[in-house]
Design a protein around this ligand. Structure first.
Ligand code: CS2
Length: 483
């Protein structure tokens, strides 16, 4: 029997003050929950949200509109303890995917003087930056389009730029841009994407340089994609809401406090407002997301489906503990009050939450965009300091296998990644050590300073050979026996 705590929304009024790009499950279960708690506390707010999808999931936008943008968030502490929250802080949902009217409505909303913050969760690839270098990908068709037609943009940075241009022309102060995606220095990266679309030295470019704040932030909450099992769990709690989301009860948000046009009093909801978010961001990217990606590729090759299943495999648990202690933690430079080993233990407990069906395939998606910040920057630092990087090497070997070969015992294997056509091409032309070399030569993913190192290549080649020889499950067992 589950213990359900219900948190209805108080009768409230919220004026739209935030426009959000990327109306996915994460936004609905993270940012919206903080804003809802704040709204419930004060009973009114200037920080209601207009939330938009740019490319995918028009159906969700329509569903939300049909229910006045109200939806439920189920926070699972474990199978027994669930908090069901009602969210009303989202006031408007838009789908700007096909250009036309709704894109215009979105731009008008962003240019409205009452909008003072624009937040984004458009995933790593949504910024159109090279994952390895952080430079805008000028050969990306969507960027080519936005450069040629800046007033009807398709990309997130293009939409931000056009809205800023309208404000500049109308003499309206700039909004603050808050990136909530898992990228290193995410505020600066977003600035780089937007600035990359401007004409250098133009009045607009200078105005943005001088007036637009791009604070960085670290966001954290595990929010699996909704599936039939999640919906049926909700039905058992008496919740029949097609727009609902499920997540863990843990949630963290660390934000660089730079909001020239004002902000919600987030700190009363437990948000950490700091001057430098980078140490927190790096810790989360390497410890949590780095472990997640290891669990995804290694776990899938070992026959697991979900994070819970993978972390319940004692050999894989040992491996993840070793990665955190020996390859992630030593690269971090944290304020003294942060206990990194305690953080790692808590992560393993969060991964072991069996009330969530967090599919490894969801995490395995878009590896080319995720690997640099999760593993590769750390690998470079480890090698520079004369340390080994065996766990990361096995992760890379597993990723190459995952991108090029069907999973054991399963027929359908779709590699969901912007570089999937390149992977298929490399898989068709190369095998074994040559295939590994061809992958490590992908400059979009592997910075040349790293891929040019013999010690790096040797480590990955060695891991790949071991994997081909033994298979993942038995290789993990051997590793566990030696540690
Ligand atoms: C995950 C993240 O899908 C992924 O790549 O690693 O979405 C992860 O669940 C969140 O960052 C947790 O805050």
């Amino acid at each position: 029997m589950s213990v359900v705590q219900r948190v209805p929304s108080a009768p409230t009024a919220a004026e739209i003050g935030i426009v959000h790009l990327g109306l996915g499950a994460f936004h609905r279960a993270h940012q919206a929950v903080y804003l809802q708690r704040n709204l419930n506390r004060h009973g009114e707010s200037q920080w209601g949200v207009c939330s938009a999808n740019l490319r995918s999931n028009r159906a969700l936008v329509e569903q939300l509109r049909a229910q006045q943008c109200r939806y439920a968030v189920a926070e699972y502490r474990d199978r027994e303890q669930v908090t069901l929250r009602e969210i009303t802080v989202v006031r408007e949902a838009l789908y700007a995917g096909d250009g036309g009217d709704e894109l215009e409505l979105l731009l008008q909303r962003m240019a409205d003087p009452r909008t003072r913050i624009v937040t984004l969760t458009v995933t790593e690839k949504g910024y159109c930056l090279s994952p390895a270098t952080g430079q805008l990908r000028l050969q990306d068709p969507a960027i080519i389009h936005d450069l040629a037609h800046p007033q009807t943009p398709r990309t997130a940075p293009g939409i931000v730029l056009e809205a800023l241009r309208r404000r500049h022309v109308a003499g309206i102060p700039a909004f603050t841009v808050l990136c909530c995606d898992n990228m290193p220095d995410n505020g600066q990266r977003t600035r780089q994407a937007v600035m990359g679309l401007t004409v250098k030295g133009s009045e607009l470019a200078q105005w943005i340089e001088q007036h637009v704040a791009f604070p960085g932030c670290m966001v954290d909450r595990i929010v699996p994609a909704m599936d039939a099992q999640a919906f049926s769990g909700l039905e058992q709690l008496g919740c029949q809401d097609p727009a609902a989301v499920v997540c863990e009860s843990f949630s963290q948000w660390v934000i660089e406090d730079h909001f020239p046009q004002g902000r919600p009093d987030w700190e009363v909801e437990g948000v950490q407002m700091v001057t430098d978010v980078r140490p927190f961001e790096t810790m989360k990217l390497r410890m949590l997301n780095g472990s997640h990606s290891l669990l995804a590729y290694i776990g899938l090759l070992a026959g697991h489906e979900t994070v819970f299943e993978a972390i319940s495999d004692p050999h894989l648990l040992r491996f993840i503990q070793r990665y955190m202690a020996q390859e992630a933690a030593p690269t971090l430079d944290m304020p003294p009050q942060i206990d990194v080993s305690g953080y790692g233990r808590d992560l393993c407990a969060r991964f072991a939450n069996d009330s969530l069906q967090h599919r490894l395939r969801q995490i395995a998606m878009d590896g080319s965009q995720k690997l640099p910040q999760r593993w590769l920057q750390g690998a470079q630092e480890l090698l520079d300091a004369g340390h080994g990087m065996d766990c990361i090497a096995l992760g890379i070997a597993a990723w190459i296998r995952y991108c090029t070969q069907p999973l054991p015992g399963r027929d359908a294997h779709v590699v969901d990644d912007p570089l999937s056509a390149t992977f298929a091409d490399l898989a068709g032309r190369f095998d074994g050590a040559q295939r590994v070399d061809a992958f490590l030569d992908l400059e979009q993913v592997f910075p040349v300073v790293l891929s040019a190192r013999a010690d790096f290549r040797d480590a990955v080649q060695g891991a790949y050979r071991a994997l081909e020889r033994n298979g993942m499950a038995s290789h993990l067992k051997t590793l566990a026996a030696h540690n």
